[in-house]
Design a protein around this ligand. Structure first.
Ligand code: LLP
Length: 436
């Protein structure tokens, strides 16, 4: 149990009555007040992760900018939190730009990603004044060049480089930097596109380079290796065209602990690995230090989130397996089905009791794959118990669906002085809102 507790936000405790409390708020009380499934974000944990990144970046000898990969979880309240903390935003669609704007984000601290940005994505980025467009391919560069001319203003871009460097992630679907990835320019293609761009007068201004190797890795070595390749390109263009290499985005992707068996993953080794690689690489190539941008998602918000569910019942199968069924699953968290993500759980109202059985946690949706956890040790769960799953903050709600006409859960922000509803639970009316 104490092992599991270390996965929750650091201010999580268990009372002498065995109640799980999140920053002083009893989980069962939150479940009663807001209903389940409920996603509770601990604001202090998000702030702590921002601080950890900042402290790491402060050791970089050049300037730096921390941005948040908003695809991990986005809503206006989170945009406000990030913006108030001076964190910029990585957005990946016109929809994310819309939410960011509504949340009051500073567009100049935003950059737009996407391997097939639509005309709408690009137009909205130009209209909103998004600071940088991360160009993925030559066709996109051609459309953007046309649009920028019509727009009548210079547009600042980075090129996304695919360095052909692998990272070890939990699932192959979250690797993005290898040669056959659908994302970005291979080195040679980037080189020829940049040479063409730099040898002419264009409304497009190439200010920097971008790389993102994948998501949920925990070895910074490959990032350092990839950065070497980017710095080689930058040095070549500097030498030939006097290119002022002013910005370098090293992506995101640092992992988090989901399960007691996972090793600790503090962000410091990632940030230190990146800053050291950039400093050393620039020194060796006689380049002045670019502004260093990071764009983590999961490691900023993952641990802050706790998902609360109500147990509906239990079923002991002839083969010996016991299912404990809860009121959420695949619809609010498709990660186990998509990536075989490995979670753990506790009974929030009986967290002090011995864990006497190993059970599978099943969701209510019409899919055999709707199993949130294949095997977890718990006290014998009964209908009405509240199940808490830690590390629910990233890519769960962001990838949630209305499968079986499930209503998307309510989301609350927990702080020491209270709990605030930041997204209401969907209603049945929401389910037919788009029907014409
Ligand atoms: N930058 C780019 C260009 C990205 O594509 C991503 C994530 C990030 C940064 C942030 O990566 P992070 O720090 O969150 O690892 N749905 C998957 C993860 C997909 C990641 C997509 N790109 C999951 O649930 O594991």
């Amino acid at each position: 149990m104490s092992n599991k507790l270390s996965l929750f936000p650091p201010n999580t405790t268990i009372t002498t009555e065995g109640q799980l409390t999140l920053n002083g708020h009893a989980a069962v009380e939150l479940a009663r007040q807001f209903g389940t499934p409920l996603y509770v974000y601990d604001v202090a944990t998000i702030r702590q992760q921002i601080r950890a990144y900042r402290q790491g970046l402060a050791r970089y000898a050049g300037s730096s900018l921390l941005t948040y990969a908003s695809k991990a979880f986005l809503c206006t309240a989170l945009v406000r939190l990030m913006t108030d903390a001076g964190v910029g935003l990585d957005v990946a669609s016109a929809g994310e730009i819309f939410i960011a704007e509504r949340g009051g984000a500073d567009p100049t601290a935003m950059h737009l990603h996407g391997n097939n940005k639509s005309a709408l994505d690009l137009r909205e980025a130009l209209r909103a004044g998004v600071g940088r467009i991360v160009v993925d391919n030559a066709d996109e560069l051609a459309s953007l060049t046309k649009m920028a001319a019509e727009h009548g203003q210079p547009v600042k871009i980075w090129l996304r480089i695919t360095p052909d460097v692998a990272v070890e992630t939990v699932h192959e679907y979250t690797v993005t930097g290898t040669a056959d990835s659908k994302f970005g320019f291979p080195i040679e293609a980037a080189d020829s596109v940049a040479r063409e761009l730099l040898s002419q007068n264009s409304t497009i201004e190439l200010t920097g380079l971008h790389v993102h190797l994948g998501s949920h890795f925990h070895d910074a070595g490959p990032v350092a290796q990839a950065l070497e390749r980017l710095l080689d390109l930058a040095a070549g263009w500097r030498h030939e065209f006097g290119w002022p290499f002013s910005e370098l985005c090293a992506g995101g992707g640092w992992g988090v602990r989901y399960h007691p068996d996972d090793p600790p993953m503090p962000v410091e080794p990632f940030v230190a690995g990146v800053t050291a690689a950039v400093e050393r690489g620039c020194r060796l190539r006689n380049l002045s230090l670019p502004q260093l941008i990071l764009e983590p998602g999961r490691s900023l918000v993952g641990q802050a989130g706790v998902a609360l569910y109500t147990v509906g019942g239990r079923k002991v199968m002839p083969g010996g397996r016991t299912y404990v069924s809860i009121d959420g699953g695949l619809a609010d968290n498709p990660r186990p089905a998509l990536y075989r993500a490995n979670y753990t759980a506790v009974l929030a109202n009986r967290a002090g009791e011995p864990e006497t059985e190993t059970v599978a946690i099943a969701g209510p949706y019409c899919e055999t794959g709707d199993i949130l956890i294949q095997a977890v040790d718990l006290p014998a769960a009964q209908p009405g118990d509240i199940l808490a799953i830690p590390v629910a903050g990233a890519y769960q709600l962001a990838m949630s669906s209305n499968y079986n006409a499930a209503l998307k859960p309510a989301v609350v922000f927990g702080e020491e002085n209270g709990v605030k509803l930041i997204q209401r639970r969907e209603t049945f009316e929401d389910l037919i809102r788009r029907d014409v």
